[in-house]
Design a protein around this ligand. Structure first.
Ligand code: F6R
Length: 599
């Protein structure tokens, strides 16, 4: 986690660093700091809390230098306070570093440094980097950084400056880092939004690469010192795409963008009754699929399993990436490992991908962020093209993931020579329109949110494809409203959770029409018989459930294979409105970060 930005050039430096940090706040936001080289020394300002606290600090106005680095932190070692905030300095305050990642052997390094007389002033793992560079520095910053990295186990995206050097040295292993190329100025950052208002030209650093950045040039090498020629890529996203466009929160904007984001996921991929995907290996030879992901992306994976098994007729397992990576999974060269990740940077998902590849599996990524680490390590991929997702709670990326999984499912079926259902293709192409209709009912969902905003617990129930939808609905609610919510397969409540049912435990049933409708109605009756309060998500044309449920949310009727996409919309809205009515910071819920680059 954590966000890094660095600048070298002639413009006023503090707004560049502060605005860059603001764009990276989604990566963590418990403290922040900057360090600028000015008047032959390092000026450092750090604050606990949001970037706004740092932006307000009066000292910032006087900062004036040509080289600087800055950091927004998401604590892993040591509580969020000024001492633990980055940048960190060496003993003589000549060297400053910002770091994203975890130094796993920092305790041993710390003890060694203390024995050698270094005074370590924070509880972080990162500070040892500044002291190790100090230990090795003999006038060559690059050399000192390399010698430091040789001792370090763990993950890092880091930027380093020295008071006597007009350059920034950056290095990457396991945590993302890009170089931004400007006119007479250069940038470094954890992610593109931080520098997009200044340049669209970026270079992605790979693991074990190190770069020396001057005002007009840069040189990238590997750890062995060999020069590398990473290509400059042109970013297509606009600054405007990154902004809220008049919505109160990014999350609301992103919910309402779904007709467009899904159209973008579909664009060019259904043509003349066929699915067009560029997959570089022979997918019909695959015997088994294993999908790994985390959080919301794991929920889309569960939906993918239903689709892949029923439509593509291929055995599919789904695992949390964090579990997969540490068990002894049975994955062979005949299998396909699919990794799903909005950010393309989630540490556990990346590790699961590497584990599966090492076991010989082919790999395929379903990723939103172009150029992200996972997207570069998979054998083949399907980009979501959902556009930047800034709200910490994933919404549009989730529905695009489900669409991408459905496209993949249909593609596998097609490649196996089994006929595709033409109507399903047409209905899939129409799904943005159905989403639009579902969004038109936002006000009705808001009224229900108003009634339930002070409730302490919720249960979400669904069956079949709608079980993962229930899990996702519950996750959305808990992460942004801090209300306890659980998702369950509806039939399972008899085996325990039904004991919780009373008038204070609203139950959200995802009960749109499908072959299990009768069964879910029985589950609803069971809840009603115990004085439970039922909020039911039902198909437009369904009048039966209106007689049983206390509250009804109607969604446009779609075939079962597409229902997870449409049904997710009101659940996202319900979570959003409840959190907003409770006065919470919807886009930046406590303790969370958008991109989880530590395990
Ligand atoms: C929840 C949410 C998280 C992410 C998870 C994986 O709304 O956003 O649960 O889904 O951290 O992130 P990615 O998809 O970037 O790998």
């Amino acid at each position: 986690m954590c966000g890094i930005i660095g600048y070298i050039g002639q413009k006023k430096i503090s707004p560049i660093l502060i605005n860059g940090l603001k764009k990276l706040e989604y990566r963590g936001y418990d403290s922040a700091g900057i360090c600028v080289l000015e008047n032959g020394g390092l000026t450092i300002i750090k604050k606990t809390g949001r970037i706004e606290e740092l932006a307000k600090s009066p000292e910032l106005k006087n900062v004036n230098g040509a080289i600087g680095i800055a950091h927004t932190r998401w604590a892993t070692h040591g509580e969020p306070n000024e001492q633990n905030a980055h940048p960190h300095l060496d003993c003589e305050q000549k060297i400053a570093i910002v770091h994203n990642g975890i130094i796993e052997n920092y305790q041993a390094l710390r003890e060694l440094l203390i024995k050698e007389g270094h005074k370590i002033s924070s509880e972080t793992d990162s500070e040892v980097l500044a002291h190790l560079i100090e230990k090795f520095y003999k006038g060559d910053l690059l050399k000192a950084v390399k010698e430091t990295l040789a001792l370090v186990d763990g993950a890092y995206g880091m930027a380093v400056i020295h008071k006597d050097q007009d350059k920034i040295v950056v290095a990457r292993k396991g945590s993302p880092l890009i170089i931004g190329v400007g006119e007479g100025e250069m940038f470094v950052a954890s992610d593109v939004p931080a520098i997009l208002e200044h340049t669209k030209k970026v270079i992605y650093l790979n693991d074990d690469e190190i770069a020396v950045i001057g005002q007009n040039d840069y040189q990238i090498t590997n750890l062995a010192g060999e020069k590398l020629d990473n290509k400059i890529e042109e970013i297509k996203w606009s600054v405007e795409q990154m902004e809220k466009k008049g919505y109160k929160h990014f999350m609301l904007k992103e919910i309402f963008e779904q007709p467009e984001s899904i159209s973008n996921t579909l664009r060019g991929r259904i043509k003349d009754g066929k699915i067009k995907l560029s997959i570089d290996f022979d997918i019909k030879e695959i015997k088994k699929i294993v999908i790994t992901a985390c959080g919301t992306s794991w929920h889309s994976a569960l939906i993918g399993k239903y689709l892949l098994e029923s439509i593509a007729e291929i055995s599919t397992e789904v695992d949390y990436a964090s579990e997969f990576r540490y068990r002894q999974p049975i994955v062979t060269k005949n299998d396909l490992a699919i990794v799903i990740s909005q950010s393309g940077e989630t540490a556990d998902t990346l590790a699961a991908l590497r584990e599966a590849k090492q076991r010989g599996a082919k790999s395929l990524g379903i990723i939103n962020v172009v150029g992200s680490t996972i997207s570069r390590e998979v054998d083949s991929g399907i980009y979501l093209h959902a556009g930047p997702e800034i709200g910490v709670a994933s919404t549009k990326a989730f529905t695009s993931q489900v669409v991408a999984l459905l496209l993949l499912t249909l593609y596998i079926r097609q490649e196996k020579g089994i006929a595709l259902d033409k109507e399903l293709l047409e209905d899939l192409a129409d799904i943005p329109e159905k989403i639009d209709q579902a969004l038109h009912r936002a006000e009705e969902v808001k009224e229900i949110a108003q009634k339930f905003k002070d409730i302490k617990n919720f249960l979400y129930l669904g069956r079949g494809l709608n079980f993962p939808v229930a899990l996702e609905g519950a996750l959305k609610l808990k992460e942004i409203s801090y209300i306890h919510a659980e998702g369950y397969p509806a039939a399972e409540i008899k085996h325990g959770p039904i004991a919780l049912i009373d008038e204070n435990m609203p139950v959200v049933f995802i009960a749109t029409k499908n072959s299990l409708s009768e069964k879910i109605i029985s589950n609803m009756e069971e809840v009603k018989a115990r004085q439970g309060v039922v909020i039911a998500l039902v198909s437009d044309s369904d009048e039966r459930i209106e007689k049983i449920a206390d509250y009804i949310i109607k969604v446009p009727e779609v075939r079962n294979e597409l229902s997870a996409i449409v049904n997710s919309i009101p659940l996202q809205l319900l979570a959003y409105y409840i959190a907003d009515l409770r006065g919470l910071d919807v886009d930046k819920p406590r303790n969370l970060a958008k991109s989880v680059t530590v395990e």
